[in-house]
Design a protein around this ligand. Structure first.
Ligand code: FCB
Length: 441
């Protein structure tokens, strides 16, 4: 790695991130079915129709996994608590689920790691999906009830609580592009989900504040959106995509408004009276989590329906996902967030990482591509701090190879290799490189 811990301000946190459904093994401990279980069981949605039933079996191996995190010299662990584990049918409490998160919290703290909780990383109980999931406003209140229950159990021990992971994926990717559960391609469903997921964030903030929780915020995903060429039509297409992907959520939260270009597109499909919710959505947060992976090049497509855009493949080196490697975009995103939206509010890079077709050879995984990727993005973060963004931590995605949603177990993002037959963990060269850069003497 081309950086050292001492290049960063005192107190800057290094960590790794995971999510419940992707690692735990959802068949254990009385967890309920989620919309990902049924999405995966539907032919054609997920590579090899794989699901998170076993995943990395973190449910039974969490102590050893946390030891690996600790041994890497990390300061913090970002994880999610599964709504469907805590409330299998979306409303009845599963004591076994609460006990698991209680033990996990203790195990994180015993190792001197700071727990960064995410309340919703897409673990929607199927019983609530049956009632329309995020299209249904009532899901927002059900989510608030779950926030109360899990917060009563572990909230006071958390260093940080994020309400929602990547609302764009929860709503646009899942209800308009159809790539994630529930796999819809419907503009009315999208408009509703785009608003209700923001409202769920606001509702969670209200519940957390009522319980005196501090360090509460949200995790948003950003891409570095750019026009594919110099034409005016591409500039307009890029602006619209930027509004949908990058501005809708942060503008709602930081300013209490939505970008007019998006309202122009699907405003008639928004739930009645949405304007009255903006104050709750726009209440103060304590930090912003930024997930960043790649850039997106966009052109106008006159033949396509709204938003009349198409993605154009760029020329930069790509990861196993086919995503261009563009560290400058992380710098641009962080400085833009500080300048245009959150000012001095603490920002954390809550996810950044890359998938690669890693293999074990002679008992080791050699992944120089990932070492360069992480190093370049951590250096981009350092430049953003120098340019005024109050970035206080960086979490690599992910600690372990895991269930990469529609890509099943095929795409490996981990700094630790997982053999999905034996479940054996093997730290990759990138793990050792990060450790050398951040471990305290
Ligand atoms: C993000 C998700 C995370 C993982 C990474 C690669 O969109 O938050 O769960 O899938 O992408």
């Amino acid at each position: 790695m081309q950086f050292k811990r001492s290049d960063f301000p005192q107190g800057f946190l290094f960590g790794a991130a995971t999510a419940a459904y992707q690692i735990e093994g959802h068949k254990f401990g009385g967890a309920g079915s989620t919309h990902w279980d049924t999405f995966a069981a539907t032919p054609g949605n997920v590579v090899r129709a794989e699901d998170g039933a076993l995943a990395c079996d973190h449910y039974h191996r969490y102590e050893a996994d946390l030891d690996l995190l600790k041994d890497a010299g990390m300061d913090a662990y970002r994880f999610s608590t599964s709504w469907a584990r805590v409330m299998p049918d979306g409303k009845t409490v599963n004591p076994e689920g609460l006990d698991f998160y209680d033990r996990l919290t203790d195990a994180i703290l015993e190792r001197g790691l700071k727990p960064f909780q995410t309340l919703y990383h897409w673990e929607l109980p199927s019983a609530l999906a049956d009632q329309g999931g995020w299209m249904n406003r009532d899901t927002v209140l059900r989510f608030g009830d779950y926030v109360d229950v899990i917060t009563d159990k572990i909230g006071s021990r958390m260093a940080s609580i994020a309400t929602i992971n990547e609302p764009w994926c929860v709503s646009f990717l899942s209800h308009f592009l159809g790539h994630h559960a529930p796999g819809l391609r419907d503009i009315r469903a999208t408009a509703r989900a785009m608003h209700h997921i923001n409202l769920a964030h606001g509702e969670a903030m209200t519940r957390l504040r009522a319980k005196g929780m501090k360090n509460c915020g949200i995790v948003l995903n950003f891409e570095a959106t750019q026009p594919a060429d110099d034409s005016a039509s591409s500039a307009k297409a890029a602006d619209l995509q930027d509004a949908i992907n990058n501005r809708w959520f942060i503008e709602g939260i930081a300013k209490g408004t939505y970008p007019q270009v998006v309202i122009d597109g699907f405003g008639q499909h928004m739930p009645a009276g949405w304007q009255d919710d903006m104050a709750q959505i726009g209440q103060p947060i304590d930090f912003l989590g930024v997930n960043y992976y790649t850039r997106g090049k966009v052109a106008h497509d006159a033949d396509a329906p709204w938003p009349h855009t198409k993605s154009v493949t760029g020329t930069l080196d790509k990861t196993q996902m086919g995503w261009e490697i563009y560290p400058d975009g992380l710098h641009t995103t962080l400085t833009r967030m500080a300048k245009d939206y959150v000012g001095d509010l603490p920002i954390f890079v809550t996810e950044n990482g890359m998938a690669w077709d890693d293999h074990i050879e002679n008992g080791a995984v050699y992944d120089p591509e990932r070492i360069n990727f992480a190093s370049d993005h951590i250096l981009a973060t350092k430049r953003a701090i120098a340019d005024g963004a109050n970035v206080q931590g960086f979490f690599y995605w992910s600690l372990l190879d895991n269930y990469e949603w529609a890509f099943g177990y095929e795409k490996r993002f981990g700094m630790i290799h997982v053999d999905f037959d034996t479940l054996q963990r093997t730290p990759k060269a990138s793990y050792h490189a990060l450790k050398s850069a951040i471990v305290r003497a």
